[in-house]
Design a protein around this ligand. Structure first.
Ligand code: SAH
Ligand code: F3S
Length: 477
């Protein structure tokens, strides 16, 4: 049977989609290729959020095609995901080696289309049509924690699309209208995962605070999303629930209170900010003010003082003045985020912001990017340092990605902790004392769990699964 290699760009949604496609192909008898240059099928799962992410995938595809030609090989080459959706037919016209273009509502058709291409029944397939019900097709899991070991955590896709139409964002165009899976459907998937040994789920969507709005009316003042969290919370054996990404506009008191009520809902809130200036928030069509954003954070911290708060910020949105930018800096000083992803504004095709006056020069964007990054990293560093000497609970996920001789897990507030653990700790909840910090990493003191328990069963190094590059390539840059 053919072998496949999948490379993923972009967000957790993309990682999840790639995993579902890989699981689908494995079930049909495909194997995972150890590297892209020997695979019979190479699929690039693409991101369109910024131009750089698109360019990287385009360069990669040209390089793959060139190398294959040189080696006298003819692998099936395909794009899928957001750029496949937004560029469609144009991709096969400009890159003649590309055989398959699979849109964001078509992941579940990958096996069927690849069969046709591999059998030579069709020469090229481009499918970017909308498909009713496609939001419920991202459900198969690979659950590979590396080297044949089981995963401890999983992403669960609960909805697709976004109707918010922020003026800078291409996602509503690439992912389509909001469409949610049903509560029983999501709960069934989570229950199956727990049955397979998973202990933590992250509920995923582009705007999860809009989950099920049209399908489930408020119940005792609780939104559909909170109803979903409650239903998932009932699952016995599940230890932790996370979700991403919510939108400040829909971040109601019912959701804030849920953190106080539901012990499995961990103290981690990723709340995209984008800008600290009301003037820009309005131009961005974000639907909230600086004050409203700050109120949400304040309420969250009142319910859970240890809440880990992270965010996304864009610098250089059209019309952003020095004064606007300083409002973003001051908000960051006020909130003290545990982590902030800072993005340089990138004009996207057919978005209102791309046509706005006052596009900011690359030099100014660069300078603001550096200033903001320096500030948020310094503030975050202080937050991490403040944890030295404290005891935290981690869920052990497996060998550390930074140092495979060590093990790692996450705190409830979503901070990575590296410690000298062994394979037997995988999937365990452990209490560790933090002894030092590194860049967005905590290092745990093994004394707390007892050294004898730790080192004797150290397994050989276990790198992350080499076959499937599911790791986000863009988001953290
Ligand atoms: N709600 C989605 C947003 C997807 S895009 C989610 O987080 O799941 C992720 C982040 O990319 C956004 O929060 C925003 O900060 C950034 N982004 C989106 N469009 C952008 C653009 N045109 N230029 C720069 N950054 C952008
Ligand atoms: Fe994009 Fe705004 Fe939706 S950032 S994904 S349009 S909430």
């Amino acid at each position: 049977m053919p072998s496949v290699f999948i490379k993923t760009y972009g967000c957790q949604m993309n990682e999840r989609d790639s995993e579902a496609v890989a699981a689908q192909l494995l079930a049909k008898g495909y194997s995972l290729a150890p590297d892209e240059n020997v695979a019979d099928v190479v699929l690039l799962n693409t991101c369109s959020v910024r131009d750089l992410a698109e360019q990287k995938a385009l360069w990669k595809m040209s390089a793959l095609a060139g190398l294959a030609r040189k080696a006298g090989r003819q692998p099936v080459l395909g794009f899928m995901g957001c750029m496949a959706q937004s560029r469609g037919q144009q991709l096969v016209e400009t890159l003649p080696d590309v055989d398959l273009v699979l849109g964001t509502q078509k992941f579940h058709r990958a096996a069927e289309y690849l069969d046709e291409l591999l059998a030579g029944r069709r020469k090229k397939i481009v499918d970017t049509d909308a498909e009713a019900g496609s939001q419920a097709t991202i459900r198969e899991h690979l659950l590979s924690g590396g080297a044949g070991k089981k995963s401890v955590t999983a992403f669960v896709s609960i909805m697709q699309g976004c109707n918010q139409h922020c003026t800078f964002c291409i996602v509503p165009a690439t992912r389509g209208e909001e469409r949610s899976r049903t509560i029983p459907d999501v709960v069934t998937e989570c229950r199956e995962l727990v049955g397979r040994g998973l202990r933590e789920v992250t509920l995923l969507g582009q705007i999860v605070t809009s989950y099920g709005k049209r399908d489930y009316p408020l119940k005792e003042g609780k939104s559909a999303f909170v109803q979903l969290i409650e239903a998932v919370h009932e699952i016995e054996g599940l230890e932790r629930i996370r979700f991403t990404s919510p939108h400040p506009k829909g971040y109601g008191d019912d959701l804030i209170e849920a953190f106080g009520r539901l012990p499995k809902l961990v103290e981690a809130a990723h709340l995209p900010l984008q800008s600290g200036a009301d003037r820009l928030l309005k131009l961005m069509h974000r639907g909230y003010t600086r004050e409203r954003y700050l109120t949400i954070i304040e309420k969250l911290r009142r319910v859970k003082p240890e809440m880990g708060v992270s965010t996304d910020i864009i610098v250089g949105f059209p019309g952003e003045t020095e004064a606007d930018f300083e409002e973003t800096l001051s908000l960051c000083r006020q909130v003290e985020f545990d982590q902030a992803y800072v993005f340089k504004y990138s004009p996207r095709k057919d978005t209102p912001a791309a046509a706005m006056d006052g596009q900011v020069s690359a030099e100014v964007i660069e300078e603001r990017h550096l200033r903001l990054l320096t500030l948020v990293n310094e503030l975050a560093g202080r937050k991490y340092d403040a944890l030295i000497g404290s005891t935290v609970e981690i869920l052990v996920e497996g060998p550390s990605r930074r140092n495979p001789a060590r093990y790692e897990g996450r705190t409830r507030s979503n901070k990575i902790v590296v410690f000298p653990g062994g394979e037997r700790h995988r999937g365990q909840l452990l209490e560790l004392r933090i002894e030092r910090t590194g860049s967005f990493t905590l290092y745990g003191d093994p004394a707390v769990i007892g050294m004898d328990d730790v080192d004797d069963d150290k397994t050989p190094l276990e790198p992350p699964t080499p076959e499937l590059n599911l790791v986000s390539a863009e988001k953290h840059q």
